[in-house]
Design a protein around this ligand. Structure first.
Ligand SMILES: Nc1nc2c(ncn2[C@@H]2O[C@H](COP(=O)(O)OP(=O)(O)O)[C@@H](O)[C@H]2O)c(=O)[nH]1
Ligand SMILES: [Mg+2]
Length: 408
C-alpha cells in the first residue's frame, strides 16, 4: 500500500523528476521546521547548482502550521508537502519519502530531522554529495552530541552494531542520512511497514539493512547536533523498545552475516572532525534510578530466564555487555519476542545510563567518548566470548520466556 496521501502524491507528480531529494519527517514542529526547510533549500541551491532537486515534507497530521512553515521557507525549490498514510510514527514518514524519491527517479536522497537548530547548508552537501558522486551508498552523520544526548546510541545502538557487524558507525540512529535510491527501493521491499520500523525503529532498520547489503558506508562530519532535547527518564522508554526490539529482530534475521565477524574496523569520514562542545543537556541520575526501580519488578521473572548471572550492583561496561548479549541470545531464540525482550532490558538501560551520568560528571563531551569506547570494546569482547563458547544462540532453558509470554 502506498504511504502517500493525495496531496503528497500530486505534489510529487508535479515535480516529475529529480536527481536529489531531501526528505523531512515532521509532527508538530512548527517552531523549528521553517529554519530546517530554509537551510535545506539553500544547501540544495548552493551546492548542487546543476542538479534537479526536490524537497519532500512527510507530516503526521500536525495542526500547528508545520506544513505552512515548510511552504513559506522553501519557496525557491520544488517542494511536495503532505501527510503520510500508515501507522503514526517517524518511520511511516520515511516510508512516504522513500516512495517519493523512487517515483522522482532520484539518484540520491537525504533525510534530516525537523527539530534541528544546528543544521547548515553544508549538511546537505555532506549527506547527499558522496552518493550523487558515486562515492558511497549510505552516509551516516558524525556529529558532536552532548554527552547526555543520544543515550540509546551510546549505550547500545553504536556498540552493539559495531560488535555484531564489525563497523564503527558512530551514529547509526542519528536521524540524518544520505543514501542511494536503490537502498530506498530495498527498504520499500521489506515487509516491515506495520512494525516498529514505522516508528522509531526506522533509523536502525536503515543502517542495519544497508550494512547487511554491504553498502559502501561513509560518515559525514557535521559539527554539533543541537535539537529539541529529551530527558531519558521521561521521554525515551518507547523509543528504546522500538530501536532495540528492531535491532534484535534484525540481528536474528542477519545472523549468518554477523556471526563470523570479529573485531571492528573504522568507517571513512568525509570532512575534518574537530572537537565541538555542544549545548548542555541536564539529566538527573536519581530520576533514572527511580525509573529503573519502578520498572524492574515486572521484569524479574524474565531476567531469571534470560540472564546468565545476577545483575551486579554496579553494572559497569563489562556487566552491561554481558547483559546485552544475554538478551540478544534470548532474541535469537525467540525473534518474535524481540520487542518484549527490549522492554525487559529497559530498566537495566536506565541503571546503566545513571551510572554513565555519574562517571561522566566532570568530563567534557569529548572526554566522555572514552567511556563510550570502553563500552564498545566490552561488547566486542562479549561477542568473542560467546562465539568461542557457542552460547549465543543455544540454550537449554527457554521456559521462562515462554511462561511469561503465556501470562495474560
Ligand atoms: N511524521 C512524523 N514524524 C515524526 C513522528 N515522530 C517523530 N517524528 C519526526 O522524526 C524526527 C525525529 O524525532 P525526534 O522526536 O526529534 O527524535 P530524536 O531526536 O531521535 O530523539 C523529527 O523530525 C520528528 O518530527 C511522527 O509520529 N510522525
Ligand atoms: Mg530530535
Amino acid at each position: 500500500m502506498s504511504a502517500l496521501d493525495d496531496q503528497l502524491r500530486d505534489g510529487i507528480a508535479k515535480i516529475r523528476k529529480a536527481d536529489i531529494v531531501v526528505g523531512i519527517p515532521s509532527f508538530r514542529n512548527a517552531g523549528t521546521i521553517g529554519h530546517v526547510a530554509a537551510t535545506v533549500a539553500r544547501g540544495l541551491r548552493e551546492h548542487f547548482r546543476d542538479a534537479r532537486v526536490a524537497l519532500i515534507n512527510a507530516d503526521g497530521g500536525s495542526e500547528d502550521g508545520t506544513r505552512d512553515r515548510v511552504r513559506e521557507n522553501a519557496k525557491d525549490i520544488p517542494v511536495a508537502v503532505g501527510r503520510y498514510v500508515g501507522p503514526p510514527g517517524k518511520g511511516s514518514a520515511f516510508h512516504a519519502i522513500f516512495e517519493g524519491a523512487v517515483s522522482l527517479d532520484a539518484k540520491a536522497c537525504a533525510v534530516v530531522d525537523s527539530d534541528l537548530r544546528s543544521i547548515t547548508p553544508q549538511w546537505i552537501e555532506r549527506l547527499a554529495g558522496p552518493v550523487l558522486r558515486g562515492e558511497a551508498d549510505y552516509v551516516t552523520p558524525l556529529y558532536a552530541r552532548h554527552k547526555h544526548d543520544g543515550t540509546i546510541t551510546n549505550s547500545i545502538a553504536y556498540p552493539l552494531t559495531r560488535a555484531l557487524y564489525g563497523l564503527r558507525i558512530r551514529q547509526p540512529i542519528g536521524g540524518e542520512f544520505g543514501f542511494h535510491t536503490d537502498l530506498a527501493r530495498a527498504y520499500l521491499a521489506q515487509p516491515v511497514w506495520d512494525t516498529d520500523v514505522a516508528r522509531f525503529g526506522i533509523d536502525i532498520f536503515m543502517t542495519t539493512t544497508a550494512v547487511a547489503r554491504h553498502a559502501r558506508v561513509v560518515q559525514a562530519f557535521l559539527g554539533a547536533k543541537v535539537h529539541d532535547p529529551k530527558d531519558p527518564a521521561a521521554d525515551l522508554g518507547p523509543m528504546f523498545t522500538q530501536v532495540v526490539g528492531t535491532l534484535f529482530r534484525l540481528a536474528a534475521e542477519h545472523e549468518a552475516i554477523w556471526r563470523e565477524v570479529t573485531g571492528s574496523r573504522a568507517v571513512p569520514v568525509v570532512g575534518d572532525p574537530e572537537p565541538v562542545e555542544p549545548e548542555a543537556i541536564e539529566v538527573d541520575p536519581a530520576r533514572l534510578r527511580a525509573k529503573a526501580d519502578s520498572l524492574a519488578a515486572d521484569q524479574k521473572e524474565l531476567w531469571k530466564d534470560v540472564l546468565t548471572a545476577p545483575v551486579p550492583r554496579a553494572i559497569g561496561p563489562d556487566g552491561w555487555a554481558r547483559i546485552v548479549f544475554d538478551f540478544l541470545a534470548a532474541a535469537l531464540r525467540h525473534p518474535g519476542e524481540s520487542e518484549r525482550l527490549a522492554r525487559g532490558l529497559l530498566p537495566l538501560y536506565y541503571s546503566r545510563v545513571a551510572e554513565f551520568v555519574d562517571e561522566a560528571r566532570d568530563m567534557t563531551t569529548t572526554q566522555s567518548e572514552d567511556i563510550v569506547e570502553l563500552g564498545a570494546r566490552a561488547m566486542e569482547k562479549a561477542k568473542e566470548k560467546r562465539a568461542t563458547s557457542d552460547s549465543l544462540a543455544r540454550s537449554e532453558s527457554t521456559s521462562g520466556v515462554e511462561a511469561a509470554r503465556r501470562k495474560p
